[in-house]
Design a protein. Structure first.
Lengths: 501, 433, 127
């Protein structure tokens, strides 16, 4: 097997900060005080003053930079290679975004500073709002939510507030069985019961089942479009009509917007409220798990309920409008993940309208190319036209005792991050693959070749795959013991073992 | 590639979409611009801002020096562009730093377990309240008015549809600390949690032990909130708290007009399975080497769905890493020294102004001021941004302004501020009635 | 494999009834499907349980499964050994790793349950 891809650099061992610490080491230097020092006990009361921060590390600056640098070499990243993670849209994180987010006047802006000194920041938010409205075809947008799930909660609360104003908030939210886990979790927080809707055999929304399920008890249907199989819900406009006829609303999870930007707009196919994931479609970096941004776009009917405050134009200036009597209130303090908004806007400015549309074309082309290359080797449970992602199952490989999780681990030996494993739930043993527009043909071919090679290994040497990965810093970790007897913090002499040898 | 897909153009791949949903015109957005133009655009936005001003605002967002090492570390592609560490074998870097983060938060707060971050302090509060409801089986929540007003608004939004009746209890008009009698009056056997903040919104170091005693006597949990993380460098963490919910923005996270920040939830061992958000645990790999992985995932949305402890998925990992580097750079002694400097600066400034409350304070305090808006206008002329007029959140405190002085507040500007106050006729060292 | 004197549910629980007391557990099939068990969530002594309703849950690393009570009654004993060693459920699901003991309030309910042979063919058919 010839592995052409870069291998994760395996560096020397690195202990934890607490294990490298010793009293007296310093990594900092504060300027001298230009005012008289104050006795903490006198100012705060002796019982309020802590003796020390027990166990807290003390290391030098050199040790600090080496520590974090060495640890970083144990990570995979987009900067190293492709992440074929379905539903995550792991596209390139443009470095210019990092620069502009650190623009001094923006990075140091205090949310309570005078509006007259915040016009630049407000201009950024206003410009992003306008762009997102054009992209989604909706009427109004809030930039407050901190992530997709946060946006979902905001969206469902908006629906609830609107229905309450009409006299009846209703009792349930319909969610397809193919949905992301945040959807039902969100509905529960908003005080709604969840009713699952089974997908049709085609894997899309079952219109007949919906017809039955949508009653006067239903507040909304939450859909992802294209759905989590990467397939466009062709009946979406009729679904919307059905819901509206019964006084219910259509919520769209915008996680898969990367398949739609510039091609079609949710506002045009009947969506009432939706969230976007700035850390997916709009290139803001994942940073190991966040931050994100989850703006929520709505149709006019939901505008009065949007979180407060709203950006408003007053003459030649921007101002924050708090006079919003029907608002659901705040979903977080201040205005939103502003630093993330800056990055998303930079991405949009860089691409422009045509560039955004081209990105969509490339994303869908790339996914379809991979489908064609992999179809002969992996089972495709729902053979419909897919958009920006494609979902296979491990059906063929499972006959040799190899599951999707094993194949994913073996992919690591080929220098790739795994695809999304075991999701969506309607596919048993799913391999969910989304390349994004970032990947060129070379990378895609290498990825496809890797999977094809693994498929062959499954036939000739399944144990090799089942015991993968073989080339990483650690082998498969014991998640079972980690869950049975959780150790979630360092304690002196509790972690007897050394760092990985 | 098009050939492999059997199409003549990528456009054809969309032909299966129903015609009536297709956008039949280009997006009405300006054409893409160059990197240089992008930088210029944001530079211009940045210029229309408060650069060059000295600020004395706190109120939940604090101006602290950001050590250079922080951006050096988080700018590494391995941290910046990596994904959530679900695949442990190729994410040991992220997982190890999160484990260190969780450990340091426990050390700082005196709690047993801490999670890998919430969106921010304001959303950590309702998450903590929901935890308390799960743990006690009760619904009611009592929150102090001296908790950050916008945090309370967020709590109200979350609580509204969860069978979580919310009530507020007051602060003592002289000390600015908790009105414990009011708490005693309102608490009952349906109260799941009492939520207080220390130092509170007025900057006052509050009576955590006393509040805990009242809460625990009634079988309720005590949730302690903090917005100024640097205070943990010097203030004794409360052993009596059940859950700590806080904001880490002070730890090298740019104010950035309100976000992104990083919240945390820390608690006692017995509540670990009620915690929201990700948790990193220590384990071994198959060769017996120490390794880390995400754990107790069954609490989370991707497994438990509607019965999850929270709907949170994406958190604030990179921001938490900034805080981790900050905590590493300063370390045990540095955090203490930093806190002592904050204490000194704020007390110097407070010494020249009439104080509204008599309670002990860390780096924020409330000054008694007839016309806070007028005073702020005068200060702006000197390129100083004054404190937050409290009338916008507390109608009974129209004659008060919340000021903050951190290690970054220069003596010169503090003297100027005091001078502007006195020229406006604000007496210094007024004895509060 | 499946004890003759147990009764079974389609949700893969078993109950052994002796003198009005039902000992409840999950079947070997269930523990195999779940994989390595990491945590067991059980009711308190004194709690009421109803046939067909959830009495607790069993967790593996990647999944949670509700445990549905095969009988109605009052919990009189809980197997605390499982909180220290949830792995017992994988090792001995029909013996040492019983979950709870219940005093039956409706003994007639047992007729709703499957016999060992019926359960065996049920799971055979499921495949």
């Amino acid at each position: 097997m010839s592995i052409q891809k870069v291998r994760a650099h395996i560096s020397q061992n690195e202990a934890l900060l607490f294990e490298r610490s010793s009293p007296g080491k310093r990594g900092y230097q504060l300027p001298g005080l230009d005012v008289p020092p104050v006795d903490p006990a006198a100012a705060l009361g002796a019982e309020n003053v802590r003796v020390e921060i027990e166990g807290f590390p003390e290391v030098s600056e050199v040790e600090a930079i080496r520590h974090f640098t060495r640890l970083s070499t144990w990570n995979y990243a987009i900067d190293y290679g492709m992440y074929p993670l379905g539903s995550c849209t792991m596209k390139y994180n443009p470095r210019v975004n990092e620069l502009v987010a650190r623009t001094e006047g923006l990075a140091w802006a205090h949310p309570y500073q005078p509006e007259a000194l915040s016009q630049g920041a407000m201009e950024v938010m206003a410009r992003l709002e306008a762009a997102l409205l054009e992209i989604t075809g909706m009427d109004a947008v809030t930039l407050q939510p901190a992530a997709g799930a946060h946006g979902e909660l905001t969206g469902i609360l908006l629906v609830r507030a609107c229905l309450e104003k009409r006299g009846n908030p209703r009792k349930k939210i319909l969610i397809p069985d193919s949905a992301h886990g945040t959807n039902p979790a969100t509905a529960a927080i908003a005080g709604y019961a969840v009713e699952n809707i089974r997908s049709s055999e085609r894997g899309t929304l079952d219109l007949a089942a919906l017809e039955q399920a949508v009653t006067e008890e239903v507040a909304a249907l939450m859909v992802t479009n294209p759905n989590t199989l990467g397939v466009f819900e062709e009946n979406i406009a009729r679904v919307s009509e059905l819901l509206h006829r019964k006084g219910a609303m259509l919520y769209m999870d915008g996680a898969n917007m990367n398949a739609l930007v510039g091609i079609t707009r949710p506002g045009d196919f009947g969506v009432d409220v939706m969230h976007l994931n700035l850390h997916k479609t709009f290139s803001t970096p994942h940073g190991g798990g966040g931050p994100g941004g989850g703006p929520v776009a709505v149709k006019k009917v939901l505008e009065p309920f949007l979180p407060v405050p709203r950006l408003k134009r007053a003459g030649k200036k921007w101002t924050w409008n708090y006079k919003r009597p029907d608002s659901i209130g705040r979903v977080r303090a201040f205005y939103g993940n502003f630093g993330v908004l800056v990055r998303a806007l930079a991405y949009i400015l860089a691409h422009g309208g045509e560039g955004l549309r081209n990105a969509t074309l490339d994303a869908v082309l790339n996914a379809n190319y991979l489908r064609k290359k992999l179809e002969p080797y992996f089972d495709l449970p729902y053979p419909l036209p897919n958009m920006h992602e494609v979902v296979f199952s491990d059906d063929r490989q499972s006959r040799r005792g190899v599951r999707t999780g094993d194949i994913a681990k073996r992919l690591i030996d080929y220098g790739f991050h795994p695809y999304t494993v075991s999701f969506p739930l309607i596919v048993h043993g799913a391999l969910m693959i989304e390349p994004t527009e970032t990947e060129g043909k070379l990378e895609l071919d290498q990825f496809a070749d890797a999977l094809v090679s693994i498929a062959a290994e499954v036939e000739s040497d399944p144990d090799l795959v089942k015991s993968a990965p073989h080339s990483t810093r650690t082998s498969r970790v014991d998640e079972v013991t980690a869950a049975r007897r959780p150790v979630v913090r360092w304690k002196p002499a509790s972690t007897g073992s050394q760092a990985a040898g | 590639m098009l050939e492999a897909c059997g199409v003549a153009s990528a456009e054809e791949l969309f032909s299966h979409l129903p015609d009536e949903v297709r956008l039949k015109r280009p997006l009405d957005l300006p054409a893409g611009i160059s990197e240089y133009e992008i930088v210029q655009y944001f530079r211009d936005c940045g210029a229309a801002s408060a650069a060059g001003y000295t600020g004395f605002l706190g109120a939940g967002v604090y101006a602290h020096y950001r050590p250079v090492l922080v951006d050096t570390v988080v700018s590494r592609g391995e941290y910046l562009t990596s994904y959530t560490p679900y695949q442990a074998e190729i994410s040991q870097g992220t997982l190890t730093t999160i484990f260190e983060f969780q450990s340091m938060i426990c050390q700082l707060t005196g709690m047993d377990v801490a999670n890998a971050s919430m969106y921010d302090g304001s959303t950590a509060v309702p998450e903590a309240a929901m935890m308390a409801a799960r743990a006690t089986g009760r619904g009611g929540v009592l929150v102090a008015r001296s908790v950050h007003p916008e945090y309370r608004e967020v709590l109200a939004t979350y609580a509204r549809y969860q069978g979580m009746p919310l009530a507020e209890f007051g602060y003592h008009p002289e000390t600015g600390a908790l009105d414990l009698e009011d708490l005693e009056r309102q608490i009952n056997d349906l109260t799941a949690a009492v939520i207080i903040q220390s130092p509170n919104f007025f900057g006052v170091v509050d009576q955590v032990r006393a509040a805990a005693e009242i809460a625990h006597r009634r079988g309720a949990l005590l949730i302690v909130v903090f917005t100024e993380a640097v205070s943990l460098g010097i203030l004794e963490p409360s052993a009596a708290a059940d859950i700590v919910a806080g904001e880490l923005q002070s730890f090298a996270i740019s104010p950035s007009y309100g976000g992104p920040f990083a919240g945390i939830i820390a608690t006692r061992e017995k509540f670990i399975r009620q915690m929201p958000g990700r948790l990193v645990g220590e384990t071994k790999d198959s060769r017996g080497n120490r390794a880390f992985c995400l754990t107790l995932s069954t609490r989370e949305q991707h497994i438990r769905r509607e019965k999850a402890t929270s709907n949170i998925c994406t958190n604030q990992a990179l921001i938490a890493l900034m805080a981790t580097v900050f905590m590493t750079v300063y370390g045990k002694q540095g955090l203490r020294e930093l806190a002592e400097q904050n204490l000194a600066k704020a007390h110097y400034l407070a010494g020249k102004l009439p104080l509204r409350f008599s309670g002990p304070f860390f780096n924020e305090f409330v000054a008694r001021v007839e016309d806070p808006d007028g005073l702020n206008k005068a200060l702006l002329k000197k390129k100083i941004i004054g404190g937050l007029p409290l009338g916008r959140f507390y109608p009974e405190l129209k004659d008060a302004m919340l000021l903050c002085a951190t290690e970054m507040a220069p003596r010169k500007e503090m003297d100027v501020l005091a001078e502007v106050f006195s020229s406006a006729g604000v007496p210094s060292r007024l004895v509060f009635s | 494999m499946y004890p003759e004197n147990f009764r079974y549910t389609k949700e893969h629980e078993w109950v052994l009834v002796e003198a009005g007391i039902g000992t409840i557990g999950i079947t070997d099939h269930a523990q195999q499907e779940l994989g390595d068990i990491v945590y067991v969530d059980l009711p308190k002594v004194g709690a009421a349980v109803d046939q067909g309703k959830s009495l607790g849950s069993v967790e593996s690393v990647k999944a949670v499964s509700d445990v549905y009570s095969p009988v109605s009654g009052e919990v009189i004993e809980v197997n605390h050994a499982l909180s220290e060693a949830p792995e017992k459920l994988n090792q001995d699901p029909h013996g040492d790793a019983w979950l709870v003991k219940v005093r039956l309030t409706a003994p007639g309910e047992i007729s709703n349950l499957l016999s060992a042979a019926e359960y065996q063919s049920y799971i055979g058919a499921e495949k």
